[in-house]
Design a protein around this ligand. Structure first.
Ligand SMILES: [Mg+2]
Length: 262
């Protein structure tokens, strides 16, 4: 059996925070197997505590410390690379409690952090971010998602702004959350596993979860639930030089049986 397991949340164990069929039972069986596991999500609208409470209400046996949000990983990154520095966080909504302990300020930053975008990402705010970057303030981002879907259609996310800011300043804005190798590496460390090749990542996003993890030397497992689209997998399979998921299963319900074999 592999030494560790990382699971995406949305589209893998829940959709719209409702448990997927068989997910609660699959996680129970995984807990019994004793394999160290954590959850890895790019959600910026809920803290790890709020996510844990929501999952527990859905019947899952989870603890907040098992949930690695992009904000948790970003806070870890700031502690290791920019300890004690003044940090301005641009995020739609309140700054996550997952960033407790970080020296968050509203002006004159030594580090700039982008979270999730929304109506608060105004022309004025983004122009200020541009000015700070031109002045040499290093910038990082919790993730580089381009959009997310809502009942009223797609919404523009942070990644779209990052592309422009990078071009305008000639500077890179590294992202911490999936599919960044930085985030996967931190997550493997937090699992307490030395070799990423012994860690399985399960997700519904072919590129963000599965191939991203495989690029970080982990074992990728794609589920056919959530945002999975068969034509995306077919296109990868048709490209003889392309990378494909290590394993594909119908849903999380099939994960315990796969784990027995790995
Ligand atoms: Mg997902």
């Amino acid at each position: 059996m592999a030494e560790g397991l990382l699971l995406d949340i949305d589209g893998v164990i829940v959709t719209s925070w409702e448990p997927l069929p068989g997910a609660v039972e699959a996680l129970e069986s995984i807990t019994e197997s004793g394999i160290p596991r954590m959850f890895l999500t790019n959600t910026t609208s809920k803290s790890r505590n709020e996510i844990a409470q929501t999952l527990i209400r859905g019947g899952f046996d989870v603890e907040a410390r098992e949930i690695l949000t992009a904000a948790v990983l970003t806070a870890e990154y700031l502690r290791s690379r920019h300890e004690g520095k003044r940090v301005v966080v641009l995020n739609e909504g309140p700054i996550s409690e997952d960033m407790d302990g970080i020296n968050v300020v509203s002006d004159d930053p030594e580090v700039l952090v982008f979270g999730g975008a929304g109506p608060s990402f105004t022309h004025e705010l983004l122009s200020q971010a541009l000015a700070w970057m031109i002045d040499g303030v290093p910038a990082i981002s919790m993730h580089r998602s381009m959009s997310w879907s809502t009942a009223s259609g797609p919404k523009i996310d942070t990644g779209i702004y990052l592309e422009g800011l990078q071009k305008a300043t000639g500077k890179k804005i590294p992202a911490i959350g999936k599919p960044s190798p930085l985030g996967f590496r931190h997550a493997v460390e937090m699992l307490g596993v030395g070799d990423p090749g012994e860690v399985i990542m399960v997700g519904d996003d072919i590129h963000g979860d599965v191939l991203g993890a495989q690029k970080a030397a982990m074992i990728g497992v794609l589920v056919r639930t959530g945002k999975f689209r068969p034509e995306q997998l077919d296109a990868l399979n048709a490209d003889e030089f392309g990378q494909v998921p290590d394993h594909v299963i119908d849903s999380i319900a099939d994960l315990p049986a796969l784990l027995e074999k790995l």
